[in-house]
Write a protein that binds this ligand. Structure first.
Ligand SMILES: Nc1ncnc2c1ncn2[C@@H]1O[C@H](COP(=O)(O)OP(=O)(O)OP(=O)(O)O)[C@@H](O)[C@H]1O
Ligand SMILES: [Mg+2]
Length: 465
């Protein structure tokens, strides 16, 4: 067909559609909406014309063999609508039909989700049949008025000694777990799934290796852990929109349990992959890469996701959330790490240097921060945390000298004390994956490390001036 003829036909269709809508305004509600036509497919972006659907609406595109692929409206320009698929694009044909389903992203929720492993569309991955929904909630959630939110005032036991004692976590806090690849983020999240005092655990495995999903469900959670958990898994090979939806779905499920008054632990591995998915979407619809290759929508999406976690209104349940953030090449200034640090209520940094020394969990106590510590700890406890950080900082400034035996005892009383307490500090920080340490035990262990009497030769108080 020649181009003018095509334009003429399109214009006629538009006029016809307008007349029909004028005749019966309920036409769209009856599902008799005008269909669009697929004009272009480049990479993962589809362009349709003649399909007037709002941003975020779901459209279906027909493929060869009569199959339909679900897509979402991610942008438009003139009469062109940009769509992105939530599943694999196979058998796509030019001029395929595009139908607006008049639905937005929805999440089926219910008690039946407990113990289940689902994908970003809510389809079961564990081969145990469909999940029976009790209700449906929006994928995007509903914002809580910040003034109505219950403040963070109670601590949450996460079962990890170094965190419980030195970086106490509050119920409803949102924390980032920052580390380079292979430093132990997933293992630490695994420990928390087993030991945290929460009613429900929602795990979002976003954009990570597919192999790890099975490992996480079978080994880390195990049958016992899975019983109180919901796992939403969207591995790296899924389209970017599916990865985005995986994180939104996990958050929506956590919100539903929270709104029923439960205390939820939400673990997202990883926030970086969520940002990468949004970057792929933004760039492919033509957004400019403004911050080191990231388009602006990434930095708008991150707080939208993270702000959904936290305490509910008027004491109705809580979502305490941990988001892993990959700091590429251990670069803490990487834009996603930087943005995440600004919007979260604390960050725990895992360091390769510590992991390489065989000390797990490899938490770098000196640079990790919990921003709600003031509200959930008392003064003597905070004094001990400060003291331990000072000792570690003193030791680390002289680390090289100590390693080669060149440090002169007596040159710095704080370093002398750190040296004397060092074996006890290492023992306190290290924790086996199979071991749990509750808050009381962690606090007592911290007190033991710092209050233990030192031999006279090492006691700074007895040193001559
Ligand atoms: N607590 C621990 N005890 C012993 N070994 C550990 C511990 N935590 C991590 N490791 C070691 O580090 C390896 C990587 O851990 P993990 O997969 O948790 O890292 P990650 O930061 O999630 O990696 P990635 O960035 O690749 O997802 C593990 O295979 C294990 O050998
Ligand atoms: Mg990992």
């Amino acid at each position: 067909m020649s181009l003018p003829a095509e334009h003429w036909r399109e214009a006629r269709n538009l006029r016809l559609a307008a007349c029909l809508r004028g005749a019966d305004p309920m036409l769209e509600a009856l599902g008799l909406a005008r269909e669009g036509v697929l004009r272009r497919a480049v990479g993962l972006t589809l362009e349709a014309s003649g399909c007037s659907a709002p941003l975020g609406a779901r459209c279906r595109v027909e493929t060869s063999g009569g199959r339909w692929v679900d897509t979402e409206v991610v942008g438009f320009a003139g009469d062109r609508t940009y769509l992105m698929p939530t599943a694999d694009l196979e058998g796509l044909l030019p001029n395929a039909r595009v139908v607006n389903t008049h639905r937005r992203g929805e999440v089926a929720v219910g008690e039946g989700l407990l113990g289940r492993v689902i994908d970003s569309d809510g389809a079961p991955l564990d081969g145990r049949g469909a999940v029976r929904p009790e209700n449906r909630v929006g994928l995007a959630g509903t914002a809580i008025n910040p003034l109505m939110r219950e403040p963070i005032s109670r601590s949450l036991d996460v079962g990890v000694r170094a965190i419980n004692a030195l970086l106490p976590i509050g119920r409803g806090q949102r924390i980032g777990l920052f580390a380079g690849s292979g430093v132990g983020k997933s293992t630490l999240l695994g420990m928390m799934t087993r030991y945290t005092a929460a009613d429900v655990i929602v795990v979002g495995l976003i954009g990570e290796r597919g192999r790890e999903v099975r490992d996480f469900v079978e080994t880390t959670l195990g049958a016992e852990g899975l019983r109180r958990s919901v796992v939403v898994a969207t591995p790296a090979d899924r389209p970017p929109l599916a990865r985005l939806h995986g994180a939104l779905r996990a958050t929506a499920i956590a919100e539903w349990f929270r709104d029923r008054g439960l205390h939820v632990l939400l673990l997202m591995d990883s926030l970086t992959r969520f940002a990468h998915a949004q970057r792929e979407i933004g760039l492919s619809v033509g957004e400019p890469p403004t911050t080191r290759g990231y388009p602006p929508s990434v930095f708008a999406r991150l707080p939208q996701l993270v702000e959904r976690a936290g305490n509910g209104a008027d004491g109705r349940g809580s979502i305490t959330a941990f988001y892993t953030v990959l700091t590429e090449g251990d670069d803490q200034q990487e834009p996603i790490a930087d943005a995440a640090r600004a919007i979260l209520d604390g960050h725990i940094v895992l360091t390769r240097r510590i992991a390489d020394a065989g000390l797990y969990p490899a938490i770098d106590v000196e640079v990790s921060v919990s921003r709600v510590m003031q509200e959930i700890t008392d003064a003597p406890w905070r004094a001990r945390i400060r003291k331990l950080k000072q000792l570690m900082a003193a030791y680390n400034t002289q680390r090289d000298l100590i390693a080669i035996g060149a440090y002169q005892h007596g040159s710095d009383p704080l370093v002398d004390e750190a040296l004397a307490r060092w074996p006890a500090i290492l023992q306190f920080l290290g924790q086996d994956v199979g071991e749990a340490a509750d808050i009381e035990a962690s606090r007592a262990a911290l007190a033991r490390v710092l209050d233990e009497a030192l031999p006279p030769s090492n006691d700074p108080a007895r040193k001559p001036a």
